[in-house]
Design a protein around this ligand. Structure first.
Ligand code: MTE
Ligand code: MO
Length: 356
């Protein structure tokens, strides 16, 4: 048998759709902190926009003192930051919700991590100033198209509250992993919002508009809302910060293992704070033991690798689970909080295996 990690078996993206293109990262086979472009997940609402001269001009307006445009070349010359930031789609693992929900049936690979370089948004806003009336900041992409639920065409647009927009690590990014941002990931400019689910990180950034009222575009107030009820919008709340989560990368679900020693390993991450603990159960959640968690990374946002040595000395079927706890004391729940659009799945990671 060819071992799983043989270099001749090269994992590739897992295709969920092609127009618009939605593809998963082969997350079970990742051992590096930085996802290369070739396996970085892709999530798009519309066909890819065309790149033109306009793509290299970013306008900043609305409730500002001095509206202005920034040229791409100008941004490249400004003071920059470089941060390792994971992007996790709010729909990551949507396919695991029961009852099932509509939407892309993502597995666990709608997450990737890269080194993003760019200018802090608040640096740009220093040039324009804000009016006292400023309430939110709206970011528009160059991509647009129709939605099944509404008449007309829409651009992909999202807003941030001022507090998040002014976070020192909210970036207007122009490079991923040391290269210009790849076309499919937002070339030439994209917003990067650390700690939030990735819908906030608007690609192909075209304009920044400071508003005096709440922005209610469909990607703000219809999508990316938690709807706790199946048949009504009662209790809806916006999707923002990434919730504590983990994944068992290996062994794969439905693996057959030999009796003996095995490494159970994977990743854990959270939006704010850091991963403090990962626990493993090999008996379906009855008993939990701590995994070895990689020492805290100096990079605040990065995911964390963990592993657990397991002596499988009895033949049989096993349900293995992982659960992470973060520095705010948030713990993954046994069951994810069901919501109609299937966002924020973060229940224990579970694999069923057999020892022979
Ligand atoms: N302009 C634009 N930005 C966007 C999107 C989009 O469709 N258009 N999708 C968002 C969502 S839902 C996710 S999960 C991430 C995906 O980023 P990636 O394709 O670079 O992995 O981009 C976000 N930014
Ligand atoms: Mo997403």
């Amino acid at each position: 048998m060819v071992p799983l990690h043989s270099p001749i078996l090269k994992p590739y993206l897992i295709t969920r759709g092609l127009v618009p293109e939605n593809q998963e990262h082969p997350i079970h086979f990742v051992s590096a902190a930085i996802t290369p472009e070739s396996s970085f997940y892709l999530r798009n609402h519309f066909p890819y926009p065309r790149i033109s001269e306009q793509s290299f001009v970013l306008s900043v307006g609305g409730e500002v003192q001095k509206p202005r445009t920034f040229q791409y070349q100008e941004l490249l010359r400004m003071p920059f930051k470089e941060l390792i930031v994971p992007l996790e789609c709010a729909g990551n693992n949507r396919g695991l919700f029961r009852p099932r929900v509509f939407g892309e049936q993502w597995g666990g690979g709608a997450i990737s991590q890269g080194v993003w370089r760019g200018v802090a948004l608040r640096e740009l806003l220093r040039y324009t100033g804000l009016q006292a009336s400023a309430k939110e900041i709206v970011f528009e992409g160059h991509d647009f198209g129709r939605r099944p639920d509404l008449e007309g065409e829409f651009v992909f647009a999202r807003s941030l509250p001022l507090e998040k927009a002014f976070h020192p690590d909210t970036l207007i990014a122009y490079a991923l992993n040391g290269e210009p941002i790849p076309y499919k990931h937002g070339y030439p400019l994209r917003l990067i919002v650390p700690q939030w689910y990735a819908m906030a990180s608007v690609k192909w950034l075209r304009s920044i508009t400071v508003t005096r009222t709440h922005f209610n575009g469909p990607f703000q107030d219809i999508d990316y809302m938690f709807y706790p009820e199946k048949d009504s919008d009662t209790g809806k709340i916006p999707v923002t910060t990434i919730q504590v989560n983990s994944i068992i990368q290996q062994p794969l679900n439905r693996s057959v293992l030999d009796k003996g020693m095995h490494q159970i390993y994977g990743l854990a991450w959270t939006g704010t704070g850091s991963i403090k603990k990962v626990e493993i159960s090999t008996d379906g959640g009855g008993n939990w033991r701590p995994a070895v968690v990689q020492p805290e990374s100096p990079n605040a946002y990065s995911w964390t690798f963990w592993n657990y040595t397991w002596f499988a000395d009895q033949k049989g079927e096993y349900t293995i689970m992982s659960r992470a706890t973060d520095s705010f004391g948030f713990v993954q729940p046994a069951a994810a909080k069901w919501n109609r659009k299937g966002y924020g799945y973060n229940a224990y990671s579970v694999v069923h295996i057999k020892v022979e």
